[in-house]
Design a protein around this ligand. Structure first.
Ligand SMILES: [Fe+2]
Ligand SMILES: [Fe+2]
Length: 361
């Protein structure tokens, strides 16, 4: 049996690096106390290792990376992590920021062995974790969409061939399966999913990979497609401030989720954070309502948006269900698509199916 913790998108922001601006959605003021509380709780849970699928820092600041490295080095278990888009503002470093190029060097004790942005680590006997990089730069310029480059695909295919017969889990920042309807096509949502994701899905499925851990979306959701799971974990700086513990025993995967609900400085963190998310919601809801397929008028969208402030928090919590009998039928039908179906997004036992493998025997 292996037991590991997952926390995602901690967006570490030490006070000296905190920048405020109108509409900032991340509750960065709690990044340090929230991760401290989650790490403390995980320490008492006797985990074998910790996974962090990206957005380690808010803006790739050297000081924030240094804070996290120190913190993770103090833990009694190893951590495996990958970069998120927030860790990849530039390719090369300057005096203030660390460029993505130097990420493997900063985190060489956390999965990376060579100066390469992707790795495979044996996290337990015959159990391997592959960390991918979904942040790309073309001719030094940032490619804003999540993507896997050809060199990485070649490496991944060779690695998966080598690891056939082992349990292989994958961690990548951007989602690989849709967690909400239209995620891969909707202009507001496609930034959260890997471009040309089917290539990655086919490759992983061809080699019997069943468990993929992602972040980026700041939502609790488990999506499944033909035996492949994309388990995305919400952010520690967004409501409901979740983290998970995952146990793999024989062919069962038990996932339990927890939340940071209260901190010394924010005793009512959950209430404050929920209200914060709701108060920032109107601008997104107006955009969602006026975009295809709904395409309703701006005037009507402004009227409906305040009544839909519960939408993002419900999605972020996982297991969302929407019933909007007082809304026009088109809006009712649109939001009904977001009703979650099994598996449960927070507490669930999943079955691994691949009969070719006999790991953990
Ligand atoms: Fe994030
Ligand atoms: Fe992200």
């Amino acid at each position: 049996m292996i037991r590991f913790g997952i926390l995602s998108d901690p967006h570490i922001t030490i006070p000296e690096t905190l920048q405020d601006y109108p509409g900032r959605s991340h509750f960065l003021e709690v990044s340090i106390p929230a991760i401290n509380q989650a790490l403390e709780a995980l320490q008492s849970e006797n985990i074998d290792f910790l996974m962090i699928p990206g957005d380690l820092t808010q803006n790739g600041e050297r000081t924030n990376h240094a804070w996290l490295v120190d913190k993770l080095n103090s833990l009694p278990y190893p951590t495996y992590l990958i970069p998120g888009n927030h860790d990849a503002h530039a390719w090369v470093s300057n005096h203030e920021w660390s460029g993505l190029k130097h990420f493997p060097n900063i985190y060489k004790n956390f999965g990376y062995e060579e100066n390469q942005l992707y790795y495979a680590a044996e996290v337990a006997p015959n159990i391997h974790l592959i960390g991918l990089n979904s942040n790309q730069f073309i001719n030094g310029r940032r490619y804003v969409v999540g993507a896997i480059d050809d060199d990485q695909y070649r490496w991944l295919e060779a690695k998966l061939k080598k690891l056939d017969g082992s349990l292989v889990m994958v961690m990548v920042h951007h989602n690989i399966l849709e967690h909400v309807p239209l995620q891969a096509r909707h202009p507001m949502l496609k930034a959260y999913i890997i471009e040309k994701r089917k290539r990655l899905v086919h490759l992983l499925r061809a080699h019997g990979v069943e468990l993929v851990f992602t972040g980026h979306f700041h939502m609790q959701d488990i999506a499944e497609h033909r035996g492949l799971y994309d388990i995305t974990t919400g952010s520690l700086v967004s409501y409901p401030h979740p983290y998970r513990i995952c146990e793999i025993d024989e062919k069962k995967v038990r996932i339990k989720s927890y939340q940071v609900t209260s901190l010394e400085q924010w005793p009512d963190l959950h209430t404050v954070s929920l209200e914060r998310m709701k108060s920032l919601s109107d601008v997104y809801m107006i955009k969602l309502l006026t975009s295809p397929p709904l395409s309703i008028s701006l005037e009507k969208a402004k009227q409906f948006a305040p009544q839909l402030r519960f939408f993002w928090p419900k999605i972020a919590e996982g297991n969302a269900y929407f019933s909007l009998p007082d809304f026009p039928l088109s809006i009712q039908m649109f939001f009904a698509q977001f009703n979650d179906c099994p598996p449960d997004d927070n507490n669930v036992v999943l079955s691994l199916h691949n009969p070719m493998k006999s790991y953990l025997s």
